[in-house]
Write a protein that binds this ligand. Structure first.
Ligand SMILES: Nc1nc2c(ncn2[C@@H]2O[C@H](COP(=O)(O)OP(=O)(O)OP(=O)(O)O)[C@@H](O)[C@H]2O)c(=O)[nH]1
Ligand SMILES: [Mg+2]
Length: 336
């Protein structure tokens, strides 16, 4: 199983500025050429850049130190040394970067191509030309260049999804994600099948797509650490629409709905202000009486579906899309 990594620590170091050059002109017919040592090149910066093809921080567990290139030494003829290349580190969208020593948030990278310079490269040292004076025409002195900035960082990933699926274990969240998106999550008939979040892209047509996050199941008492706890709720803190999935074939589904809401409230009360859609799943498994009960409950914010038999899936997707558009008007953030 691939490990999902959403928190890690690394050390980054920008390039050292190149040293200045000590040199003198030595051309023919110019016997006493003056100092002509060029300046050192600037050290490379450490830059973080969003790559939407990534969705975990796993790569950072293999390598803990990152160093941008140093600047080159200055050259004769007053030529500056070459600047060190910037080190561009790719991170998935939704990566928060903190300074480990101060705890301060440095940046929050969300959109494709977004980037941030976390450490600046050191300035190159001055060549000996700069040290020429009336009393010293042949300075044998140059700067060494400044060190690059360095930092211990904590990277934290919060998935950026439009819709978050919330439900008890075994309710059919992963089955729903598989039915609507390109994701292939593990599905099984026992609770806590999903141990790490899954992200899927729902494609209505070429330009209407949105992302859905499927997180591990939540049970009553999760805020006190029961089950897998609430740690994964951080991944749906940024969603615009919460989609509750209830197992309508379970006689306790109403009680479960109430406790899900209580757990969300305990974790982050603002989650309850999101736009919501409730899906009564496993419609296919209901007897006539159960069906009648669900039929009475459905309305524009509550739909009966079967994720397994793909009943009413299109209706659910259309409703999620409408809700995203409505919430877009509120927050003015467009669905991708
Ligand atoms: N009859 C019926 N079974 C379903 C339906 N949707 C899901 N299931 C079954 O319910 C079981 C659990 O499905 P999952 O999608 O793994 O449930 P989950 O909510 O992701 O569960 P966790 O990952 O454990 O939280 C599987 O055996 C599915 O086949 C449905 O619409 N009808
Ligand atoms: Mg699952």
């Amino acid at each position: 199983m691939q490990r999902f990594v959403d928190l890690c620590e690394i050390f980054v170091l920008a390039g050292h500025g190149g040293p200045g050059k000590i040199g003198f002109r030595t051309e023919k017919f110019i016997p006493k050429g003056g100092p002509d040592g060029g300046d050192g090149g600037k050290g490379g910066d450490v830059v973080f850049v969003v790559d939407t093809n990534l969705n975990t921080l796993r790569d950072f567990t293999y390598r803990l130190k990152y160093h941008a290139e140093d600047g080159a030494q200055g050259e004769s003829g007053l030529r500056s040394g070459k600047g060190g290349d910037n080190l561009r580190i790719k991170v998935p969208p939704g990566t928060l970067i903190r300074d480990k020593d101060t705890g301060d948030l440095i940046c929050d990278l969300e959109k494709e191509g977004e980037e941030y310079i976390v450490c600046k490269g050191g300035k190159g040292g001055r060549g000996n030309n700069h040290f020429k004076s009336a009393t010293n025409q042949t300075p044998r002195r140059a700067d060494t260049g400044m060190p690059g900035e360095e930092r211990h960082l904590i990277l934290e990933l919060k998935l950026v999804a439009d819709v978050g699926l919330v439900g008890y274990p075994n309710a059919g969240k992963s089955t729903f994600l598989a039915a609507v998106s390109d994701a292939k999550p593990k599905i099984a008939s026992y609770p806590f099948t999903t141990l790490t979040p899954n992200l899927g892209v729902v494609r209505r047509d070429d330009w209407q797509t949105f992302t859905v996050a499927d997180i591990p199941g939540i049970i009553e008492g999760a805020s006190m650490g029961k089950g897998l706890g609430l740690q994964f709720l951080r991944h749906i803190q940024r969603v615009r629409v919460l989609c509750f999935i209830l197992d309508a074939s379970d006689p306790n589904y109403e009680v479960q709905f109430t406790s899900l809401k209580q757990e969300l409230l305990a974790y982050d009360p603002t989650l309850l202000n999101r736009s919501e859609l409730v899906l009564f799943n496993k419609l296919d498994a209901l007897d006539e009486e159960g069906r009648a009960e669900i039929d009475a409950a459905v309305n524009k914010d509550m739909i009966a579906i079967s994720a397994l038999e793909k009943i009413n899936i299109d209706v659910a997707v259309a409703r999620l899309w409408d809700k995203l558009l409505e919430s877009k008007l509120d927050s003015d953030v467009a669905p991708e």
